[in-house]
Each structure stands twice: as structure tokens, then as C-alpha cells.
Design a binder for this molecule. Structure first.
Ligand SMILES: [Zn+2]
Length: 188
């Protein structure tokens, strides 16, 4: 981890891990990829290592992130998908030329066309977003119950009743708030 930057919140779903690089969207927003280098760091830990990122590529990445957030939010509440967001997701998906490759031990990895192709990495993320928004994967898009967060997350729990984007942050905060509200001495 690089000192001075907020750390990443990595989940098991690529597209929603990406939208989680901006958290507390309805509160005091925390930008977790404030610089192109920080995006490079995030891509590396997400299995999409690139060597560098230009300002233009960085802009594409953040535009894609907000488009996924908008489309996934609409999908979670079963509203019409915002056209502009869909266009951005489709453009990024079409421009990526990453190939899925199989490792000797049977894992899937992404091979980018060039070591600095942020576009390829974004293509993989866009395709991941498409698969969850289109309902192709086993799980359900939902919005975090925290009023300051409202992040979209992909619920793969058996019962599909997960309430928070992240148990360690939003979920925990909610639990603590409830606990404090129950204590008699908190009534002032
Ligand atoms: Zn949350």
C-alpha cells in the first residue's frame, strides 16, 4: 500500500470492486483512486496489471466507473438503464482486447494486448459489469443499506438478503449504531 492514499475495498466481483473505489457517495465521499498511479495500483491488485496510465486513460476509467455505478444502481432498483451510461460501458467493452488465458494450474487470467493498455483492462471491467447487470451470473444486484453509502453490490448469499456492501465497514457501523442506540445512557 502507498502511504497517504485511502486503501482499497476489494470484493470478489470485479465491476463492483471498481465502483467501490469511490465510497460514501452520499456522505463524505472518499476517492480511492485519486491519481493515475493509484489506478495502476488498483488494476495490479485486481489481476489487470498495466505499466502506466495516462491522464486520458485515467479519465476513461473514472467515466466508466461512474457509468457502471449509474447503470448498476438503476438495475438494482429495476429502473430503465441510463442511456449515456450504457453507451460508455459498451464503448469500453468494445475497445478492450484482453484475452482470457488458462494457467497451468487451471486458473483464468487476463492477458492484455500491451503492457500499458488501460483500455484492455477497462474492457474486462466493462464486460464484467455487463454480465452482472444483464443478470447472467448467479446473484443479485442490490444497494447498500447505509444512507451515506448506497453503493451497488452483488449479493451472492443463499438467501439474497445481504444488506451492506461491506460487512467490515458499512455493516459494522450500522451494528455499532444500533448497539449504542440500545444503551440506556445514550439517551440524552
Ligand atoms: Zn456500503
Amino acid at each position: 500500500m502507498r502511504a497517504g492514499f485511502p486503501d482499497f475495498r476489494l470484493g470478489s466481483v470485479l465491476a463492483t470492486s471498481f465502483t467501490a473505489t469511490l465510497t460514501e457517495r452520499r456522505g463524505d465521499a472518499v476517492e480511492r483512486i485519486p491519481t493515475p498511479q493509484r489506478l495502476v495500483d488498483w488494476l495490479a491488485v485486481s489481476g489487470l496489471a498495466v505499466e502506466s496510465c495516462t491522464t486520458a486513460q485515467f479519465d476513461l476509467a473514472r467515466e466508466l466507473r461512474e457509468s457502471i455505478h449509474a447503470a448498476a444502481t438503476a438495475a438494482a432498483v429495476q429502473e430503465a438503464l441510463p442511456e449515456a451510461a450504457v453507451r460508455v460501458i459498451n464503448d469500453r467493452s468494445a475497445q478492450g482486447r484482453a484475452a482470457a488465458v488458462l494457467t497451468p494450474d487451471g486458473k483464468r487470467r487476463w492477458r492484455l494486448s500491451s503492457p500499458s493498455s488501460v483500455e484492455d483492462a477497462l474492457g474486462v471491467i466493462a464486460a464484467d459489469a455487463i454480465s452482472i447487470i444483464a443478470g447472467e451470473r448467479d446473484g443479485k444486484l442490490a444497494l447498500c443499506a447505509s444512507p451515506t453509502c448506497r453503493a451497488t453490490f452483488f449479493d451472492t448469499s443463499q438467501s439474497r438478503t445481504r444488506r451492506w456492501c461491506d460487512m467490515n465497514t458499512c455493516g459494522n457501523r450500522q451494528k455499532k449504531a444500533r448497539f449504542n442506540a440500545k444503551k440506556p445512557d445514550s439517551a440524552e
